[in-house]
Design a protein around this ligand. Structure first.
Ligand SMILES: Cc1ncc(C[n+]2csc(CCOP(=O)(O)OP(=O)(O)O)c2C)c(N)n1
Ligand SMILES: [Mg+2]
Length: 336
């Protein structure tokens, strides 16, 4: 692994650095386990793994306060874990069990947590972008200082509804951070094959929205950029775009022939730019943690993930009557 210097932009304590390591490792191990359960036939339907992209959500969550809102696409397990949702409930939803966040009826792409202000999990590419602006609109309306993190991919960034949303978000000065997770591919289509204007964040300029490109394999760079974006939105200066350059190591979903990129390309990223290895090196080089400390973290994470998998296997399937629940709202909230 090539050695990289610590990012000078962000001053973080040893405890913070260790917590990023832990949170990124939780996502990675959770996703590896989800991949295994899928292979065993315990997870049905779609399953899009986040392996490789962990620094994006962990870096941004480090800048959030609990009341901030988050909304994302179908590649969503990492976002749920990073905002503090219970790994057991997420894994049980993946296996379609009653103990899951949507009582086993939603699966990988459809989980929500009111408590953690996590608004999904959306299978329709781009559709969550206007919804994210709507969440931010509610906070503007209530006159609080919350922000909404609205995550979407490089592929989604070519959709028309994204630009309609940019226009309205800037017009109303909404406190929304548009987070483009540019992992270089939309299914099997590379960014270069999809557009002649590959700098996705710069498109905000057409609407007067500021933004920047960020190294998404460096959690400290993500955090530093996130802090700027959050401060901008909390100060009611309007939306902000973060185009975070990242990479997914696994296929688009579990059924991906992977013919659109070489093994060497993936291997090179893993070996030279892995975000977890980066933080591991910073911790060891800075003597913030010893090999033993990190082993203890690995062990703790393994325990959490295997407990989640056991829970997911043991939880019963939802009862047939559940088919008729959670379709329409039982009550319409008046002052939520
Ligand atoms: C409106 C719509 N069109 C097409 C699809 C099929 N589809 C699912 S994911 C995807 C690629 C999106 O890529 P990107 O936005 O880069 O996100 P990533 O998967 O890389 O995280 C496509 C075309 C869909 N779900 N919704
Ligand atoms: Mg993509």
């Amino acid at each position: 692994m090539a050695t990289r210097k610590a990012t000078p932009k962000s001053n973080v304590s040893a405890d913070e650095l260790l917590s990023y390591y832990r949170n990124m490792l939780l996502i990675r191990r959770f996703e590896e386990k989800a991949g295994q359960l899928y292979g065993m036939g315990l997870i049905g339907g779609f399953c899009h793994l986040y392996i490789g992209q962990e620094a994006v959500v962990v870096g941004l969550e480090a800048t959030a306060k609990p009341d901030d809102k988050r909304i994302t696409t179908y590649r969503d397990h990492g976002h749920m874990l990073a905002c503090g949702m219970d790994p057991k409930g997420v894994m049980a939803e993946l296996t379609g069990r009653d103990g899951g966040y949507s009582r086993g009826k939603g699966g990988s792409m459809h989980m929500f947590s009111k408590e953690k202000h996590f608004y999904g999990g959306h299978g329709i590419v781009g559709a969550n972008v206007p919804l994210g602006a709507g969440l931010a609109f509610s906070d503007m309306y209530k006159d609080n200082d919350n922000v909404t993190f609205t995550y979407f991919g490089d592929g989604a960034a070519n959709q028309g509804q994204v630009y309609e949303t940019y226009n309205m978000a800037m017009l109303w000065s909404l406190p929304v951070i548009f987070v483009i997770e540019n992992n270089k591919y939309a299914m099997g289509t590379s960014v270069q094959r999809a557009t002649k204007s590959p700098s996705l964040w710069e498109r905000g300029a057409a609407y007067g929205i500021v933004g920047e490109e960020v190294d998404g394999m460096d959690v400290l760079a993500v955090k530093a950029a996130g802090e700027k974006a959050v401060a901008h939105c909390r100060a009611r200066k309007g939306p902000y775009i973060l185009e975070i350059m990242t990479y997914r190591y696994r296929g688009h979903s579990m059924s991906d022939p992977a013919k659109y990129r070489t093994r060497d390309e993936v291997q090179k990223m893993r070996e030279e730019r892995d975000a977890i290895e980066h933080v591991r090196e910073l911790l060891l080089q800075g003597k913030h943690a010893s090999e033993e400390d990190l082993k203890a973290v690995d062990k703790e994470i393994k325990g959490i993930v295997s407990e989640a998998a056991d829970f997911a296997k043991e939880s019963p399937e939802p009862a047939p009557e559940e088919l008729w629940t959670d379709i329409y709202a039982a009550e319409v909230p008046q002052n939520a």
